[in-house]
Design a protein around this ligand. Sequence first.
Ligand SMILES: Nc1nc2c(c(=O)[nH]1)N[C@H]1C(S)=C(S)[C@@H](COP(=O)(O)OP(=O)(O)OC[C@H]3O[C@@H](n4cnc5c(=O)[nH]c(N)nc54)[C@H](O)[C@@H]3O)O[C@H]1N2
Ligand SMILES: Nc1nc2c(c(=O)[nH]1)N[C@H]1C(S)=C(S)[C@@H](COP(=O)(O)OP(=O)(O)OC[C@H]3O[C@@H](n4cnc5c(=O)[nH]c(N)nc54)[C@H](O)[C@@H]3O)O[C@H]1N2
Ligand SMILES: [Mo]
Length: 771
Amino acid sequence: MPDGTQTAFGASHWGAFTAEARDGRLVGVAPFEKDPSPAPFIRALPDAVHAECRIAAPAVRKSWLEGGPGANTAARGSEPFVQVSWDHALDLVAAELERVRKEFGNEAIYGSSGWGSAGVFHNARSQLTRFLNLHGGFVDQVTSFSVGAASVIVPRIVGSMQPVFGPVNTWPSIVEHTDLMVAFGGMPPKNAMVNQGGVGAHDAPDWHRRAAESGTRFVCIGPIRDDTGDEVRAEWLPVRPNTDLAVMLGLAHTLLSEGLHDAGFLARYCTGFDRLAGYLLGEADGTARDAEWAAGISGLPADTIRDLARRMASSRTLIGVSWSVQRADRGEQPYWMTIALAAMLGQIGLPGGGFGFGYGAMHGIGDPTRQVAPPALPKGKNAVGATIPVARLADMLLGPGAPYRFNGEDRRYPDIRLIYWCGGNPFHKHQDLNNLLKGWARPDTIVIHEPWWTPAARRADIVLPCTTTLERNDIAASQFDRFVVASRQAIDPVGGARNEYEIYSGLAERLGLAEAFTEGRSEMEWLRHLYDLYRQRVAGDGIEMPGFDAFREAGYFEIPAPASPPVPFAEFRADPEGAPLKTPSGRIEIYSETIAGFGYEDAPGHPTWEEPAEWLGSEKAVRFPLHLLSNQPRARLHSQLDCGSVSRAAKVAGREAMRMNPADAARRGIVDGDVVRVFNDRGACLAGAVLSDAIREGVVELATGAWFDPVDPAAPGSLEKHGNPNVLTSDKPTSTLTQCSAAQTALVEVERFEGEPPAITAFTPPTLIEA
Ligand SMILES: Nc1nc2c(c(=O)[nH]1)N[C@H]1C(S)=C(S)[C@@H](COP(=O)(O)OP(=O)(O)OC[C@H]3O[C@@H](n4cnc5c(=O)[nH]c(N)nc54)[C@H](O)[C@@H]3O)O[C@H]1N2
Ligand SMILES: Nc1nc2c(c(=O)[nH]1)N[C@H]1C(S)=C(S)[C@@H](COP(=O)(O)OP(=O)(O)OC[C@H]3O[C@@H](n4cnc5c(=O)[nH]c(N)nc54)[C@H](O)[C@@H]3O)O[C@H]1N2
Ligand SMILES: [Mo]
């Protein structure tokens, strides 16, 4: 270590590290010594933290500063910002919160968040929620982009979210017991690089290898071959996107017609199998959902489907389904059918058998941890009852007062005057960004806390610069990981950035809420308090954590793995009457009277196939013949670190890489490295072509997260030049029942882009005027 270099241990969603700083600047990060496979993009932290696009000072959009709330809102994104002092900025935000509260009530305030950064105290979502609740409440978001449709359907069918958030069958069980793992959507190694809250040791690749070595066979059913890592040597069944449900129905039909289903299990533990059986056999409409039928829809050979069904019935089989499969039109249907299919195999409640969602979606799903939820900053109570399903943002902004239905409820969208956004990036996450832009122009005021001039920050009215993890002390922990990390501040806040705790404390002071917000605690006092809560929590499990000071000194604490792996549904299997599921029948609801009772046209009482709004078999595919998969990126977390070196090195011709099959490319005269234009009726973007036979023909992969960078920054429909797939995705909800994101349901066409591609401006800060 050269002279003058200081080190600090810390953690991020994608790994723990030792940060090296010299003269107040980060100069490197070394991955945690206990991490066998660190995420490559951890190395981008120093350049991202000191990037040109860090926000140096509080800034207010020029027209807003001059004209007040509601001034020239259609110009959001194209106007300069005026830099103001912290005092001035906090005065403006406090006054605007009061104005909206008094004139329109707290139902006119929408607060939103996203992944933010790791850390239980400086957690963007908890801080925002605590503050807005104290101020009288706000319209909050429910469900999620990650597992939204699942969060509605899974509890209705099995009574809890355990099959999603665990414990699911963990890797030690799979190694020991599972003969065959059928993975719809794979178990992408790229996704196992992160955990919400942090990952200490990336040992998923080792577990995958051990499972393969122990004889577990893997089948990857999905449009992309490398959705499973080389370690598991999977057999690849390249299915058409959004047709998993048809494959599952075909498998189920084979089991039923060949008498391979477990009738005893279905009778004892489930309700309504007869209704599904009638559907499989086509009793009402004469269409048998057999292997041939499934082959016609999915593109997999019928013999392959039949053979797979027989293999599943003759061995200990675990069905894994990625979260992406439910992020599609009627995405709850394949999840429901997964449960029904596993019930037919009769192995639910046996070690290494049954089903589980999201293996590999995050590192911790399947990892043998105790799943202790870390403590969070107390949020208080929200006096506003109204929420919206998170993916319905644009519908809410464009249709105040409009009725909508959701999970058995009749609701109306609130009329939002003020958006307060911290720790998320709407111009990353939302579908159909050209549509969102129209809604974004509606509210009077948009306040954002951000470290960087992201596409959302440059489209806000008041931007308050906040610190990154490297600039503050925290405790990083996740219920999905066994390492609890004492994150240490490595450098002073960059530029004029402040911790959000300090920002809210300043606002609370102006609003007469200071004591209630801070409870008189400093950062370090809060950490000590939260840590003590954690210590008490694990003590109940017989685990002794050291005192706070010793923990900070050691840098981390490792919570030991449970002595024996969990077996989901084992109690229910042992005693279905004594340990019933929390469903109306107490059993697995293959048919749901409740869902049928809602009377939604797009969600009948058992899993049913309907053509997705857009798919390779639809009429729309004549004009737009390629199915777009906008999956999670390899070189970053969502839009985070896109301005860093690792993400930028992965671009092709400066744009997001789009993988396509060589045959699809040849038909369009596209060669490797070409800039291409990807388009449909909703929008168009540029991307850099990468040809790969790991992608099924008819499918293109353009990962999310390139910073939204349209040629005209405020005009809906302008060409996006950086490769943000959300100008192409559809904002159609998954269904009336679940109202979630159907991002994976989108068709596009691709052509070579001729001429000089426009320069990328996403990472250049907006024009800043000094006050
Ligand atoms: N490196 C990295 N890891 C991440 C994230 C990140 O941004 N970067 N994000 C994290 C977050 S927030 C989440 S929610 C999880 C998401 O986890 P997932 O939702 O599972 O992740 P995706 O990458 O969107 O999709 C996984 C794969 O599913 C396949 N797929 C898409 N549609 C279909 C389909 O209709 N059928 C089938 N069979 N396969 C399909 C695609 O080939 C895709 O590569 O990932 C987490 N992990
Ligand atoms: N097409 C398509 N779209 C998708 C998906 C998809 O598969 N396809 N996946 C969806 C999924 S699963 C998810 S989870 C979402 C993710 O969407 P988001 O969670 O909105 O994405 P992030 O890029 O992680 O946004 C986090 C933002 O918080 C900022 N930030 C970091 N630390 C702090 C902090 O301490 N305080 C504050 N105030 N800000 C901070 C970061 O700079 C970044 O701008 O995207 C969704 N969108
Ligand atoms: Mo997610």
